[in-house]
Design a protein around this ligand. Structure first.
Ligand code: SF4
Ligand code: SF4
Length: 440
């Protein structure tokens, strides 16, 4: 199989989705789009990788182009990264069939549907994939791992927010968030929570013994009382109660929805209307939700009432899945191709404005690259870090392993990859969910 080494090396989408890369490498597509948009505010890992290893990333681009027989590659990067763009332009003089597409600084420029449209002009139909329009999309870090041709044992990420020394670095997979907060000089506030991922799509965590996985992109530490934490931590009951009583159907959530602006029949205000016509606790079944990417723009930017249509869509999707209703058997009209909204460009959410709206201006710091010289003594490597079946442990407690050794094999069937030791040491725990390695 093309890209079998990617499976053995445990390469999965490092942008957050965690799709096994060998599956993408087995497809054929005309264009490879490199996702260097990094549109989540405050995160800096992709720009750091491109500053440090631009040539290596381009090696990964070349390799992936060969796997999928692509005629060309387009690097989608925001024009604001002037230095990186200029360096890439110079490097591309020595490469064949690679070009740059400079993106505006809007959120969510890195959403695959938006990115593919902005870089290629191809509008992915509703419920379809980039491959349906002849495109494969890979994140910058994924391509760095493709070029590396060795086991994935480290993860690039940014730790920022209310910490003394915000940083970006490559850390061992499986290290606990608590240790990364310590490496960042500790939190600046007593009672804090954090967002695992970007402020828009990340989830609130308060358990810092959780480990970094291959899809982690960063941690944003914030005071527990910060409005973003409070809003993200609202329970589903509260989301439904408030939405039911306060939504005035102004439809701003729809008018600014990135997928609606691409012409998809996604109407979050109509998903909210479902709340008005159902009893609390009753399952939500708005099929519009099936087209939602979960970008949270409607909830954290568009809604003037501070409501949460994104979560309502998420609840709907789950309730529909319980009834075995998905894109293929829904009543949505997929036959009409989407037509881009004429006002799309004027309605995109500028990241600067978004940062202000999220009340994150004071945390919008550099987070420079630093060598990760922290003495890691223990890692917890999850066996499910990607879309697909969890890997199966092949080591037992008490066994010695070296960094890079295989500790779990891919499960049977598709969508499965190997896992590797991210530090050298002794296997101290093996369960069906994770493997711990200690080097004390
Ligand atoms: S923007 Fe807010 S108030 Fe307006 S329709 Fe959407 S959820 Fe309701
Ligand atoms: S989260 Fe909201 S804005 Fe984003 S795609 Fe879904 S409905 Fe649209």
């Amino acid at each position: 199989m093309p890209g079998e080494s990617l499976r053995e090396n445990g390469v999965v989408g490092a942008g957050g989705a965690g799709f096994p890369t060998y599956v993408k490498a087995s497809s054929k597509a005309e264009i490879l789009v490199v996702n260097a948009a990094e549109c989540e505010p405050l995160l800096r890992k992709d720009q750091t990788i491109l500053s440090l290893y631009p040539d290596k990333v381009l090696d990964g681009v070349q390799r992936m182009m060969e796997y999928i027989s692509a005629e060309k590659a387009i690097i989608g990067i925001k024009a604001k990264h002037e230095k990186i763009v200029s360096r890439l332009k110079n490097l591309l003089k020595k490469r064949k069939n690679m070009e740059i597409s400079q993106l505006k600084d809007y959120y969510p420029a890195g959403d695959e549907f938006c990115l593919v449209y902005d870089t290629t002009g191809r509008n992915i139909p509703m419920g379809a994939l980039p491959l349906d329009v002849g495109v494969v999309v890979n994140n910058v870090e994924t391509l760095l791992n493709v070029a590396g041709n060795m086991p994935v044992t480290e993860k690039f990420l940014t730790v920022t927010g209310a910490v003394r020394k915000p940083f970006t670095s490559n850390v061992p997979v499986g290290i606990r968030w608590a240790e990364l907060i310590k490496f960042a000089g500790g939190a600046l506030c007593g009672d804090f929570a954090a967002i695992d991922g970007g402020p828009m799509m990340g989830k609130v965590i308060t358990d810092f013994s959780l480990p970094v996985t291959k899809t982690s992109s960063g941690l944003i530490v914030l005071p527990k009382k910060h409005p973003l934490i409070a809003k993200k931590a609202r329970g589903e009951k509260r989301v439904s109660q408030v939405g039911k009583s306060a939504c005035d159907q102004c439809s701003y959530c729809t008018e600014f929805c990135p997928r609606y602006l691409l012409g998809h029949k996604l109407n979050p205000h109509r998903a909210m209307r479902h709340l008005l016509f159902s009893s609390l606790g009753e399952g939500l079944r708005s099929e519009f939700a099936l087209l939602c990417s979960g970008c949270s723009l409607c909830s954290l930017y568009s809604c003037p009432e501070n409501l949460d249509p994104s979560s309502v869509c998420e609840i709907s999707r789950r309730n529909l899945a319980q009834r075995n209703i998905g894109i293929k058997n829904s009543a949505l009209d997929f036959k009409t191709p989407p037509t881009v909204h004429p006002l799309r460009a004027g309605r995109q959410a500028p990241v600067k404005k978004l940062v202000r709206k999220l009340d994150l201006l004071k945390y919008d710091a550099q987070a420079p690259f630093v060598e990760f010289n922290y003495p890691v003594q223990n890692v917890k490597i999850m066996l499910s870090q990607h879309i697909g079946a969890p890997a199966k442990a092949v080591v037992s407690e008490g066994q010695s392993v070296a960094k890079g050794d295989v500790i779990a094999h891919p499960a049977e069937g598709n969508l499965a990859v190997s896992m590797h030791a991210s530090i050298s040491g002794i296997v101290t725990k093996v369960t069906s969910g994770y493997i711990e390695i200690t080097n004390e």
